[in-house]
Design a protein around this ligand. Structure first.
Ligand SMILES: [Zn+2]
Ligand SMILES: [Zn+2]
Length: 170
């Protein structure tokens, strides 16, 4: 399988389904088609077939337009990168004029271990995407819900090192 520019360690961070790949029939490393936001009815595709570019992820115009330089090349790369589950519209964050790299889903434990002083909740507050900061009603409730109804997807900019967290309700 490929190394994806915008998706770190797909073996570890990818979400795989048991349903066989509809192109070759394997059950190994199959991505759930529902996350491709594709107009075709995709149920499952293995990474091998995905790497052969049998289908691509749909990226809406407003997300493409976040990129200024070399947009076509970067969008093309993102279209052939596994989608992050439950990120609606494949709403991929941008930093330093490029898409950020998905580095995994974090629960409380990961926030605590990545913080300098063990205060994971403060780190979550700091990293949460700006548009989400405005709509969070209770950080304590959000924190308590991590890994249950709420997933926190973490993205990093390889250029400046900035991290952003996108929270999504299942
Ligand atoms: Zn396949
Ligand atoms: Zn950056």
């Amino acid at each position: 399988m490929n190394n994806y520019k915008y998706f770190d360690n797909v073996k570890k961070n990818g979400y795989f389904t048991e349903s066989p790949c509809q192109f070759c029939g394997t059950t190994k490393n199959c991505l759930d088609g529902v996350f491709f936001e594709s107009s075709d009815d995709i149920s499952s595709i293995c990474l091998e077939c995905f790497d052969k570019k049998k289908i691509h992820v749909s990226i809406p115009e407003y997300i493409k337009n976040r990129i200024k330089n070399n947009r076509d090349q970067k969008v093309n790369e993102l279209q052939f990168c596994p989608p992050v589950p439950w990120i609606q519209n494949n709403d991929w964050p941008v930093c330093c004029d490029d898409f950020m790299v998905f580095i995994g889903e974090w629960e409380q434990e990961e926030f605590c271990s990545h913080s300098t002083d063990g205060d994971g909740l403060s780190l979550l507050k700091e990293l949460l995407a700006d548009e989400l900061k405005n709509i969070v009603e209770s950080y304590d409730a959000l924190w308590a819900d991590l890994g249950y109804e709420t997933a926190a997807f973490v993205f990093m900019c390889p250029n400046c090192g900035k991290k952003v967290v996108i929270c999504q309700d299942y």
